[in-house]
Design a protein around this ligand. Structure first.
Ligand code: ADP
Length: 487
């Protein structure tokens, strides 16, 4: 076997429906924008492939170069596909271009999402065959939007020499979203109706198919974004109906904790925050808090702990607990500021609290990246009481900014945050999905905040935690090597 010095670099093609800075709705966008770069530092060759959305900022669209175009077979029709390329900070991004599917004012939520992402997955397979620079050893798929790639590769592209040796890795970022559609798609779009094995693996119900299930059954390796979530996925409570597959394939399932892009999320250099600071000199954090209170119309009182929440306003994020405990939190003189968009009932509830509590509570119902930076910097505590949390990035970002996370012990939150009660932790935690337990943790944090010396120590300890990608990227490269049987 060749030694690592003689071996050529592993070529990883990272397939994702979003990637920072081009398109992002959540953690997957952050991961796809930063993990591939970290893979390069860890010794692999990596490139990203994603849809060319109409929402990608013009400055990037202007810089894209046309690489190839061809037609993608989707059952009885052939659909145009262009491949464009843009190099950004040393990493190649490839864009799948089809205006009918992707030139829209958002990423998801359309009646034909199933068809759009079936096309995207098929286009990736075609591109591997037709575009020599996309040749790869591992196709790394992420979530349901690219989960059909392993199915197509095995069932429809086995004969192509460019695909013969391509191994597939399927990463689950959130099992809640699976891509379930009527089984008519099998014949009408996927072109898999006559392949019994594919039908078997894709069917999830009498007359519906499940993209994620297909990916999980066909991929050569499965990963998820934290060790705890890898364990939880095997339980009915968390597995969303697919837990039997995770149990069956647990020998090829690994949990690797996400990292964050520490060059973007850095209070020392961040141009979007009011004043820069670091663990060695925290003075300006107080100025960030004051400015945030002013911006959000909150009482400018440094003695009040300011709890911030940044994220999708959905049940997953534990908002039921927050709504239940809100009166109790307010009664104790703690300020709360929420930034997010999501389910209509959740948005409505937080607008109501905003009205009710005047200058002690603020809800910004928006997706606003710059404001998120100012909130990470200006907050004292980040609240994340998720019902489940595959990894969670907000808690890691918050720590970078010296904003202490208060989290429920689940998934990646459990793997990244340890309660400070025992004297060495980096935040506050509670275990049961229970509003009183959460409120107790908020009160413990408030009590801690009232002792500035101890609080500063805790803030420094949190800021010194290493959530960069380097350790995780090494684990990914080891996993790829194992999948390619280079060990
Ligand atoms: P998830 O992937 O479940 O949405 P994560 O915590 O893994 O949650 O990642 C969420 C990412 O999206 C973080 O970078 C967070 O700052 C960002 N984010 C979420 N909602 C908003 C918003 N309304 N405005 C700005 N950024 C947001």
């Amino acid at each position: 076997m060749p030694t690592s010095a003689h071996r050529r670099k592993l070529r990883i093609l990272f397939a994702s429906s979003e990637a920072v800075p081009f398109a992002k709705t959540g953690g997957l966008g952050d991961v796809a924008g930063s993990l591939p770069r970290a893979l390069k530092h860890a010794g692999a060759k990596a490139a990203v492939i994603m849809p060319k959305y109409g929402t990608i900022p013009q400055e990037y669209r202007d810089r894209m170069k046309h690489v190839a175009d061809f037609y993608v077979p989707l059952a009885w029709r052939n659909v145009y596909c262009g491949i464009e390329k843009l190099e950004l900070q040393g990493l190649d991004f490839y864009f799948v271009d089809n205006e009918a599917y992707f030139k829209r004012d958002g990423l998801y939520g359309y009646f034909d999402d199933g068809e759009r992402f079936a096309f995207f997955s098929k286009a990736i397979c075609e591109a591997i065959v037709k575009v020599p620079e996309l040749a790869c050893d591992v196709l790394h798929c992420n979530d349901w939007q690219t989960a059909l790639c392993p199915v197509f590769l095995r069932e429809l592209y086995r004969g192509a020499p460019q695909c013969n040796n391509v191994k597939t890795v399927m990463t689950v970022h959130n099992i809640k979203f699976q891509g379930q559609y009527g089984d008519k798609m099998l014949s009408d779009i996927l072109g898999l109706a006559d392949i019994p094995a594919a039908r078997d693996q894709l069917y999830c119900d009498k007359d519906s198919i499940n993209f994620m299930k297909g990916g999980l059954c066909y991929a050569d390796a499965l990963t998820t974004v934290s060790p705890s979530y890898a364990y939880e996925l095997q339980m009915p409570f968390y597995g969303e109906g697919l837990d039997p597959i995770f149990r069956r394939r647990s020998n090829i399932l690994t949990g690797i904790l996400n990292g964050i892009d520490t060059s973007i999320w850095n209070p020392k250099t961040d141009g979007m925050i009011t004043a820069n600071y670091s663990a060695d000199d925290l003075a300006n954090k107080a100025e960030c808090k004051r400015a945030l209170q002013e911006e959000l119309g909150l009482r400018q009182d440094p003695t009040r702990p300011l709890v911030v929440m940044i994220g999708r306003l959905t049940n997953q994020k534990g908002l039921g607990l927050v709504r239940y405990a809100m009166d109790g939190i307010m009664r104790r003189g703690v300020q709360v500021a929420i930034l997010g968009t999501g389910d209509a009932d959740q948005e409505e509830a937080f607008r109501y609290f905003d009205q009710k509590y005047g200058d002690m509570m603020c809800a910004r119902i928006a997706f606003d990246n710059a404001l998120s930076h100012r909130m990470y910097a200006g907050g004292d505590i980040l609240l994340m009481p998720s019902e489940f949390e595959p990894c969670g990035l907000s808690q890691m970002i918050a720590m970078r900014y010296g904003t202490l996370p208060l989290v429920r012990e689940t998934g990646g939150l459990r793997d990244s945050i340890h309660d400070s009660g025992d004297g060495w932790g980096n935040g506050f935690t509670f275990r049961s999905y229970n509003a009183h337990d959460m409120l107790n943790a908020v009160l413990r944090a408030k009590a801690g905040y009232e002792y500035p010396d101890g609080w500063q120590q805790l803030v420094k300890r949190a800021m010194e935690c290493d959530f960069s990608w380097s350790a995780s990227a090494k684990q990914y490269v080891e996993m790829y090597e194992q999948v390619c049987q280079l060990w």
